[in-house]
Design a binder for this molecule. Sequence first.
Ligand SMILES: [Zn+2]
Length: 224
Amino acid sequence: MRTVIVCVFLGLVIYLLWPGSKELPAQSAPPAAAAVLDFDSPDSTVAVVNKQRPLPADYVPQDLSDAGGVPLRAEAAEAYRQMTAEAAATGVFMSAVSGFRTGDEQDHLYVSYTGSFGQEEADAISARPGHSEHQTGLAVDIANPDGTCALEACFAETLAGSWVASNAQHYGFIIRYPAGAEHLTGYAHEPWHLRYVGTEHARTMHDAGTTLEEFVGLPAAPGY
Ligand SMILES: [Zn+2]
């Protein structure tokens, strides 16, 4: 009996140690690291705020910096300053008219629009408090220095408007509410509203012609 046990043991040892005695299944290559896009955290540069996704009412980014006279998150402000400097070097000038807005400021703006135009129109042109991307500190409204077509669709055809449509992605900005995407973003074309997402993502979205919602895989947010 002991001989049998020793023989089985030795056999096992030889099996385990014998070179090539165990064919391991071919290893498949590990899957490429899936891009993890954090669109939930308010501090994320790909945070998605829309009519379905509010920010905490009291959210205020902690790294605001000056971008042409308006506050933006430091990274976005740096990119904005670089973009406007390089645009200016080619003879295209733009000014920042609105950057970070607190939840309270958005509240006042929305209430004033509602009083002037009624709720339906106010919802089409302004966000309800907590739902404005401006509260992230990553969105900036720009204008031509002479105010031509300021906050109007025709801004797209002006010098500044056409320049950002073609070049803003190289500085990390997208046209957040592009033409023909109201059913996805909840907003009509706003060629003046730039959103910072970083150069890699901005170039991808620009080249593919996708909205931020589509890019991160979120459902459309046409309304509240
Ligand atoms: Zn805006």
